[in-house]
Write a protein that binds this ligand. Structure first.
Ligand SMILES: [Fe+2]
Length: 388
């Protein structure tokens, strides 16, 4: 293995102090609230997790209004609610949208900082309310990450708040809660999670502390995604996806993602394409483009995907991309941007907007020019393997 992408910089791990994984984790979350002495928790839930939310605490104030990727307006509306409820703890239960909102509510509830003051990396100075996160999808890894992403509709852009204060006090991951996730969301969220792992492993700031999680996450997801899509109630497959998602999330704080995420953001902000789906569409094309910059890293990713070793690292890496295409095809996810109502005339501006997300682009192992980003997008319009 080449060490060329192994960062020599020190790496800080700021992890969730209490992480519970497995059957019964939801009950463990209720116990945690009881031990905490919470009398009025505020729970941000997705509609489908409302019943689970109700089981957490008899006096919980539950808001289940977040139904898609959250906006700045959603956050301000919920901050007003939190201020009138005056909770003593915040819980997020649901997909990444609910968790990201819960994290920001817990941080901004006291009003000592406004959202405008905390955008970006490291600008949040504190979080005063206890924060619990309970994911019901296997994808974002938000339950262990320091990131919250909101859609700023006024600016038509996705914006991030990144701070160690957004890492929850406790998270509870019960794969049983994911049994009802429909196949297309299972596919999109699973491919988001595998993207977190791949972009952390082949990253200018890759680090041995995180590499193990990244490769293991890829193995769990690659080996079981198709089964979970085909057999939604297969708890074994769901457990593998939940582990893969967790490992991807653990990579997000210390190393974070790269060009796939950066280039996919405009698809979400302009066209409301789901985050995981947008990443899935761009993932194999960006990998194909990046391959020459880090063949040994992509060869290791290929082996984790289940490809066989075949000659020099670049050949194995290429076999990995073929394997990834087969895994994606088995999910049935629509991979052609052309089929999703997006005009190809938008390619130059989509590419420019993605490249402008420098906090992620700087992580990418191969620099990308405007022209190259447009080529990646054009390949995604076709939605099949092409030379880049
Ligand atoms: Fe993601």
């Amino acid at each position: 293995m080449s060490s060329s992408l192994q960062s020599r910089l020190p790496l800080a791990l700021q992890q969730v102090p209490r992480l519970v994984f497995g059957g019964g984790a939801l009950a463990a979350a209720a116990d945690y609230l009881r031990v905490l002495g919470s009398v009025r928790p505020f729970v941000v839930a997705t509609r489908s997790s409302r019943n689970h939310a109700a089981s957490l605490h008899p006096d919980a104030h539950i808001d289940a209004s977040i139904s898609r990727e959250p906006t700045v307006e959603d956050l301000h509306r919920l901050l007003a609610q939190v201020s009138s409820v005056a909770p003593d703890a915040i819980v997020g239960i649901g997909g990444g949208s609910a968790l990201d909102v819960a994290k920001l509510l817990a941080a901004l509830a006291t009003g000592s900082q406004s959202l405008a003051e905390v955008w970006g990396i490291g600008n949040l100075t504190a979080r005063t309310l206890p924060l619990l996160c309970i994911p019901t999808t296997s994808g974002t890894g938000s339950e262990v990450s320091p990131n919250s992403i909101l859609l700023d509709e006024a600016a038509t852009a996705k914006r991030a708040v990144i701070s160690p204060h957004l890492v929850p006090d406790a998270c509870f991951i019960d794969p049983e809660l994911t049994l009802t996730v429909p196949p297309h969301i299972t596919a999109a969220t699973g491919l988001d999670a595998i993207t977190h792992c791949m972009e952390a492993y082949a990253n200018n700031f890759a680090h041995p502390l995180v590499d193990t999680w990244a490769l293991d996450g890829i193995r769990h997801i690659a080996g079981h995604l198709a089964t979970a899509v085909r057999e939604p109630d297969n708890l074994d497959a769901r457990t593998h996806l939940a582990l893969g998602s967790l490992y991807g999330g653990l990579c997000l704080g210390p190393v974070n993602t790269a060009a796939v995420h950066a280039l996919s953001y405009p698809l979400g902000s302009r066209h409301h394409l789901a985050h995981g789906h947008a990443n899935a569409i761009l993932l194999p094309h960006v990998l194909r483009f990046n391959l020459s910059a880090a063949p040994q890293r992509y060869a290791a990713i290929a082996l984790a995907l289940g490809a066989a070793e075949c000659g020099p690292p670049a050949d194995t890496a290429l076999a990995g991309i073929h394997r990834l295409w087969r895994i994606i095809e088995a999910t049935g996810l629509e991979m052609r941007l052309s089929a999703l109502g997006i005009a190809e005339s938008e390619v130059p501006s989509l590419a420019a907007e993605g490249l402008a997300i420098t906090r992620l682009m700087r992580n990418n192992p191969r620099p990308i020019t405007q022209h190259e980003a447009e080529s990646i997008y054009r390949a995604a319009f076709q939605g099949r393997e092409v030379e880049l």
